[in-house]
Design a protein around this ligand. Structure first.
Ligand code: ADP
Ligand code: MG
Length: 536
């Protein structure tokens, strides 16, 4: 009866869990401590899956995560510090707030979820005071918000679409750059149509890989520098002109290259370069607009053009150069040899997660993606330590939605070290992950065992070991075996092939393959160096 019901109490933890459930949150990644434990338990009771992580950095790279920042601080620092943190987080998130009461929690959580998926996707921060978690309030005082609506789809201005179509038609050396925005927008169908119908060369960015498959005949990834350097019209589909794209500036680009910038975020338009045309909107919707406009007059970019010829020639010579490096029989192996052997066995539908300097850069050029949203890497800020977190998130979802699918996590030995203890998490949940640690005994480069011993003969390590060196010959695979997974230490192409074959065949366990490579191995010769002022 009413009198009884109105007495019913509910804890802050349960309100948080229910508010997340109402927003269709399916997974929570977290690190518990008092009082986050209660929230995780309440969430599990509602059918939300909880994945307990080991490293805050790895956990924070994930979709919905909790960590017990507030618990020890609360008593000691008091209220003021909390508000400071909310303010500090505002810089890095799309929304940062602290509910003023338990009653406000559903409202703030709905706004956080909505803000994270509307417009340019991004992180939001909700700061919940520790004492709310165990506080009891009357059930009837809580009103849950409805699930927020799916993000609205915006389209570009019609006149801008007309201008863009005419700039594309008049291009002598066109190029499409497919960024992660295109992947987020699920624009694979429309972009593939644009590429194929008009025979346009395209270049994916690291996480734009797979929107159109890497092995597509119009993919000019293997001639990346050349394509960027000589294109006269570039359509940017959801990619920022940041350091990864050399800021869109000479000498990596023509000084008068015309950019057509397609982005969902108005503030992004015009960053670093003044675009010829800006198309503000959802990439899938805008690409359909472009297709409609281009369809009005029969046209296609001539496949026999000089531009296509130049690109094809460069691709051929670049591919030959990496194949030659890959076929080197000398030991220890180089990066190219490793990645060619891995590529041979990669399942078509696997997720590839990667981090590390050379490991990520070279791996990206050899390891192919055939499906959109199947590559995750260190991203815009080159943050190391996120790879295992990404792999865990992908694996947790894959295990539920597409059993049998593998997550291949390609790590440099240094990158692996940042969140290496997440191997325990991988084994605890028995996730379908194969970790490849490409081990060169260091950061960028390292030393072999003999040089190492020689170096330490007369002096202490702290005095002589170069800052980039890590302990040579480290058996990272034992981190995996320590928790019950399979570990392999490999030094030859044959051992690599065999261990990868075994790992892929055994779907009951995660594996780690520790691949020893030449400590001084590096990329093949490049026309340009990264970020050097003299080259800009
Ligand atoms: P990449 O690393 O692939 O170059 P960036 O992170 O630099 O990607 O840029 C991605 C861009 O895509 C961002 O500017 C973002 O605003 C934009 N974006 C994200 N989602 C969409 C979408 N659905 N439609 C259009 N643009 C999007
Ligand atoms: Mg980018």
């Amino acid at each position: 009866n009413f009198a009884e019901r109105s007495e019913e109490q509910v804890s802050g933890a349960k309100v948080i869990a229910q508010a997340l459930k109402t927003q269709d949150v399916e997974y929570i990644f977290g690190i518990v401590g008092i009082p986050v434990t209660e929230i995780a338990i309440a969430a599990q009771q509602l059918g939300i899956k909880y994945i307990g992580m080991r490293n805050e950095q790895a956990a924070r790279s994930l979709p919905c995560c909790f960590w017990p920042r507030s618990h020890p601080c609360l008593g000691r620092y008091g209220k003021c510090k909390h508000e400071l943190l909310v303010e500090a987080c505002r810089l890095y998130t799309k929304f940062s707030a602290r509910p003023s009461s338990i009653e406000a929690i559903p409202f703030v959580i709905e706004k956080a979820v909505r803000s994270s998926i509307y417009g340019r996707p991004g992180a939001c921060y909700v700061d919940i005071p520790a004492d709310f978690v165990n506080l009891q309030v009357n059930v009837n005082s809580i009103k849950y918000m409805e699930r927020c609506m799916s993000p609205p789809i915006s389209m570009a201005e019609t006149s801008a679409v007309c201008t863009a179509a005419s700039v594309i038609r008049n291009a002598k050396q066109p190029l499409l750059i497919i960024g992660k925005g295109a992947a987020y927008a699920h624009a694979e169908e429309s972009i593939k149509k644009l590429v194929e119908q008009y025979k346009l060369p395209f270049l994916p960015t690291p996480m734009g890989k797979g929107v159109v498959p890497d092995n597509h005949p119009y993919c000019v990834g293997a001639a990346r520098s050349r394509a960027l350097q000589f294109a006269d019209v570039i359509v940017l589909f959801g990619a920022r002109l940041n350091w990864i794209l050399h800021f869109g500036l000479p000498p990596r680009y023509q000084p008068d290259v015309k950019f057509i910038q397609v982005d969902i975020c108005a503030e992004e338009l015009g960053n670093n370069v003044k675009p010829a045309v800006t198309l503000l909107g959802n990439i899938h919707a805008v690409t359909k607009q472009l297709l409609e406009e281009l369809d009005k007059t029969p046209w296609q970019y001539p496949p026999e053009s000089k531009w296509w010829k130049t690109l094809r020639e460069k691709m051929k010579s670049n591919e030959a150069a990496s194949k030659e490096l890959a076929s080197k029989k000398s030991l220890p192996m180089n990066y190219y040899t490793v990645f060619y052997h891995v590529q041979e066995q990669l399942p078509r539908d696997c997720f590839v997660v990667s981090e590390g300097a050379n490991t990520m850069d070279i791996g990206r050029t050899v390891l192919q993606n055939y499906l959109p949203r199947h590559r995750l890497d260190a991203g815009t800020f080159g943050t190391m330590g996120v790879g295992l977190g990404f792999a865990i998130a992908a694996a947790v979802v894959a295990k539920d939605r597409s059993p049998g699918q593998w997550i291949i996590c390609v790590e440099g030995d240094s990158a692996f070290g940042f969140s290496g203890m997440e191997v325990e998490t991988i084994c605890r949940y028995n996730l379908p992950i194969i970790l490849l640690v490409v081990n060169n005994n260091g950061i960028y480069q390292g030393f072999d065992t003999d040089t190492w011993k020689e170096m330490l003969k007369f002096q202490d390590a702290t005095a002589v070991v170069p800052p980039m060196c890590l302990l040579p010959n480290s058996h990272y695979e034992q981190v995996m075996t320590a928790f019950g997974g399979k570990g392999y230490f490999v030094q030859t192409p044959e051992e690599l092939q065999k261990s990868l074959r075994q790992s892929l065949a055994d779907t009951t366990k995660p594996s780690l393959i520790n691949i020893m490579i030449e400590p001084q191995a590096t990329r093949k010769a490049q026309d340009f160096h990264w970020l050097t002022r003299s080259n800009m």
